[in-house]
Every structure is written in C-alpha cells, then in structure tokens.
Design a protein around this ligand. Sequence first.
Ligand code: GMT
Length: 379
Amino acid sequence: MLGQLPLRIGIVCYPTIGGSGILATSLGIELAQRGHEVHFISYERPFRLPLDHPRIQFHTVDIGGHELFKYPDYTLPLSVKLAEVSRDHQLDILHVHYAVPHATAAILALSMLDESDRPKLITTLHGTDTTLLGCSPAYGPAIRHALEKSDAVTAVSAFLEGETRRLLQITRPIEVIHNFVFPVPVQRSRSEVRAELGVNDDEALLIHVSNLRPIKRIDLLLETAAMIKERFRLLILAGESFAPFESEVRRLGLQDRVIVRERMQNVEDYYNAADLGLVTSDSESFCLSILEGMFYGCPSVSTSVGGIPEVIQDESTGVLVAAGDAEALAEAVGELITHRERRETMGMAARAFAESHFTAGIIVPAYEKLYYRELEKSR
Ligand code: GMT
C-alpha cells in the first residue's frame, strides 16, 4: 500500500483567468498544504499561484517561436518541458487540466521517457474542450485519442461526463469530481467595497464574473438588466476587455447601472459585498463563479444549463431559469431584490450547501484517492 505517502505531482493548466486554471491552481495549493510536492508547468505563472510556498515550484514553458513556423506552436515545447520535469523531479503523477493541447503534449512527453521515469497521466476535462472542441473535426479525434491514452480521466460534472461520452463516443471510465472552492478571507468590509463602487444602501448589488466569451451571453445579461424595474447596480468583473459591449450598455441606457472592473483581484471582496449573482450562459460544465458566490453568501439567478443544476441543486440555494429567457431572469432577480429577507435566507442556505458539498476537504481527497489508485495499479 502506498497509503498516504507524499507524492510528486505535476500540474498543467492555462494560467490566464478562467475556471480551469483557478481550479487547477487551488488543487495544487491544497495538495502542497497536504504535504505533496507540486510542480506547475505552463507558459506563464497561474495568476492565483503563491510565490513562496515551500512545496510548490513553477516551470515556464518557453514558446520562443521559430521563424520556420507561420503559426506559433505550444504543444511541442510543452511536451519537451513535461518530459524534462517528469524525469528531473521523478514525478509520480502528471495531472493535466484541459485536453487540448495539455493531454496531447503529455502523451508525447510520456513516450519520450523511459518506463521507469513515466508518471501516471490524469486528464481533467473542464468543459469547452469537450463541448466546443470535441465536435470539431480538427480537434475531436486528437481529444478522443488523448482521453483513451490517459491513465484516468475526470470531468467536473455529470453533465460533462455525459457530453464527453456522447460527443466523443468515449466508453472508458470517466470519474466525476466536482469543482471546489477554498474561500479566502475578505480584505475589505462589505460597506468599504460598496462605497468604492458608489452603491447606495437602498440599491441591490448584482454581480457577474466571467471572461465575457460568447457562451456567457453578455448580450442577454445586458438585456436582462435593462428589464429589471427595481433599484440595482450590476457589477461586471471581466476577465477580458469590456470595450466591445460599451455601445450596447449605452444603447440600453444602462450607463448608471453597470459598473465594470477589468481585473480579477480580490474577487472575494466583491462576492461578499454583492447581494445576488447573475449568470446568463448558454452552457457551463459547472460554473465556478456561482460556487464562489455561494461561499460568500451570495446566491445566484442563473440559466439552467449544463452542470449548473449540479451546483444549484436545491431551489432554496438559488434560482434556475430557462436558457435565453431575459424576461424570466429579470423577473426572478426583481423578486429577490424586493424580498430582501428571502434573498438573505437563500444566501445563507447557499453557503451552507457549498460548505457541505464543495469544500477542499471533500474534493481534494477524491483526487488523492485517484492518484494512489492509479499508482497502485503498476506496483
Ligand atoms: O467558462 C469559461 O469560459 C472558462 C472555462 C475554462 O476552461 O477555464 O471554464 C470551464 O471550467 C470551469 C472549471 O471547471 C467550469 O466551472 C466552467 O463551467 C467551464 N466553462 C464552460 O463549460 C463554458
């Protein structure tokens, strides 16, 4: 039995703002807290990764670029770096988040290594690698191959597991391990943050946190906001530039209602200061931002798509509305703005549900169990 021996774990993720990178970073930090040695490998330092953890190292993939190539290539330099880190640090586990190109590069890296140097490959699917790229003839077969060749595959929701099977015709086991959040303490009080935003006490503060990609339906978000009759302000924490949406804000006369922050620092302060989350996505494999809000007592009104019903499982913890229905979204938001007590009770129930289902203490051991199980197989 390997029992609970500390492991050497490589984590590959996108470092930029996005749920998969946030989840992978939190997982690595939690694993290091539990005594494992963790190596992050990416082209940039993940934005929430601490600089000074004794058991966390970061390895940069130097893309460099080559005059021979018309398009920059990341897969090959990544695979070379993965082989190097696996060999030099004798990794037990290589855990890649997002199939493209991370799992593909990892498979190539493993084939460059002697058998004794090969870590077990775990691939975690986060959503768009299946739901968008999985259907593409240019990517689908490579994703399917990467999943078939991984030692274990996980998906962040039962919805995503089903979609992966359906779209990629995968028959191998895929384990569902939901997202988790480790809520960090807030830096500023609710009233300090509301003062910074210029939100009055009699105004409800709605919050939307996303990378603004088309799947997030910012058009629907703004249309919904324009239909809300009660007093509110809408804070958008944007992972990308909000400039393309400014004209729509003006067209809908929402200039005095919408507040935009194009940085993702101290998001916990904003969730803590907000009254209600608003999510308008057309699809989400999980929706980490709903869960982050729940941990700070901020429930959400959301479209009922993808894996979101696995997060808002109970109607006492949030409101689900049919996809694309601005009127229903606005009505649900309006109800909760009007009935403050109901909203606050919902916020407390949301927090209690998150704390009993989606903590690091519950989810991280599921990954550790998977790692030990895969390592046991080759002993
Ligand atoms: O939502 C995004 O566009 C970012 C994307 C990512 O790849 O980082 O998020 C995906 O992974 C998150 C973490 O597992 C999930 O909570 C998000 O629901 C998922 N996004 C989609 O499925 C669209």
